[in-house]
Design a protein around this ligand. Structure first.
Ligand SMILES: NC(=O)c1ccc[n+]([C@@H]2O[C@H](COP(=O)([O-])OP(=O)(O)OC[C@H]3O[C@@H](n4cnc5c(N)ncnc54)[C@H](O)[C@@H]3O)[C@@H](O)[C@H]2O)c1
Length: 301
């Protein structure tokens, strides 16, 4: 049980930071969401408010609780301004080692020595991210899943220096926001990203080769294996830029079987990053709804 007096800082207000900040604020913790990009922050706040409002509309949340969660959330464009008393910081900035190291280094200097510093990296080494922090025993991977408000799992990633206290407190934080945590010793791609990257890459190879249409590849996994989503719709949700960064890393650490499919490289070069820009393997209308029949066909590549 984590006392409700504890407060949280979430750094990075993109797709994941939005969901993570919502999880803590709606579970009763004062939460500061930080991003260097003011527009991204404003968008994140609106998205969090929309999630809370739809919870009220669906009868899952009392209006007063939604209002309280909104009031618990504050935003800032400067990490230097966050309260030094925060007991947990989750960084979820872009998947770039140098950027993440800079954030954690600054956070370690700002926050008290007992504060946990967590990284939501998909595939970078938590040990390497923690190497710039003077007391790396309090650094841990806290790998959330998208969309955070629907996905129950958090992979807690143990770096070389992560101590037992940090693991125990991190598990308590996951319980406090109603997530199921598993422990994973640091290894490239952990459990889920490694399997998901392989599946998504293979689906793109099949699309590139014209084996089947995007819709049919996704239907195969949904109907044949009971996956809630196909690998291509999942890639659109994750973002192909994030996917490509993960695959490049797994290719460099685990070898040839993770070589990124050229179609992913081409899509990222074209800016077809997925749902977040309204266009990926599928197209999406202004309300975010998938345009029927818009999936890439093997024959048109
Ligand atoms: N997208 C997913 O499904 C998913 C799932 C699990 C983990 N992750 C990981 O979460 C992290 C974020 O992914 P995302 O999809 O939310 O990315 P995103 O591109 O949507 O958001 C990243 C945000 O970080 C901000 N940022 C960059 N540098 C910053 C800095 N120095 N200080 C403050 N803010 C900064 C950017 O302005 C942007 O708003 C990545 O490490 C990614 O690998 C992503």
């Amino acid at each position: 049980m984590v006392d409700k007096n504890n407060s949280v800082v979430v750094v990075g207000s993109g797709l994941m930071g939005t969901g993570i900040a919502h999880a803590f604020a709606s579970s009763g913790y004062a939460t500061v969401l930080v991003d260097t990009n003011a527009e991204a922050l404003a968008k994140a706040r609106k998205n969090i408010e929309d999630i809370l409002d739809s919870g009220v509309k669906l009868g899952k949340l009392e209006a007063a609780d939604a209002a309280a969660a909104k009031a618990r959330l504050t935003t800032s464009t400067a990490l230097a301004d966050v309260p030094a008393s925060a007991s947990l910081l989750v960084e979820t900035v872009s998947e770039n080692l140098a950027v993440k190291q800079a954030v954690l280094k600054q956070a370690a200097e700002l926050l008290g020595g007992d504060a946990i510093l967590a990284t939501n990296t998909s595939a970078l080494s938590v040990t390497e991210i923690a190497s710039v922090v003077s007391n790396p025993q309090r650094v841990i991977g806290m790998h959330f899943f998208n969309p955070v408000h629907k996905m129950k799992l958090v992979e807690l990633v143990l770096a070389i220096a992560t101590d037992e206290q940090t693991v125990a407190t991190s598990r308590a934080w996951c319980d406090a926001i109603n997530k199921i945590s598993i422990l994973v010793n640091e290894s490239p791609g952990l459990t889920t990203s490694r399997m998901s990257a392989m599946l998504g890459n293979e689906a793109m190879w099949m699309l590139q080769e014209g084996t089947a249409s995007a819709e049919d590849i996704d239907t195969a996994l949904r109907m044949g294996f009971n996956h809630p989503m196909g690998p291509l719709e999942l890639g659109d949700l994750t973002g192909w830029d994030t996917r490509l960064a993960v695959l490049k890393y797994l290719h460099s650490t685990l070898g040839e079987k993770f070589r990124p499919c050229p179609l992913i490289i081409k899509m990222v070069a074209a800016g077809r990053l997925g749902r977040k820009v309204g266009h990926g393997v599928y197209q999406y209308d202004d309300s975010g709804k998938r345009v029927p029949g818009s999936g890439l066909k093997g024959s048109n590549l």
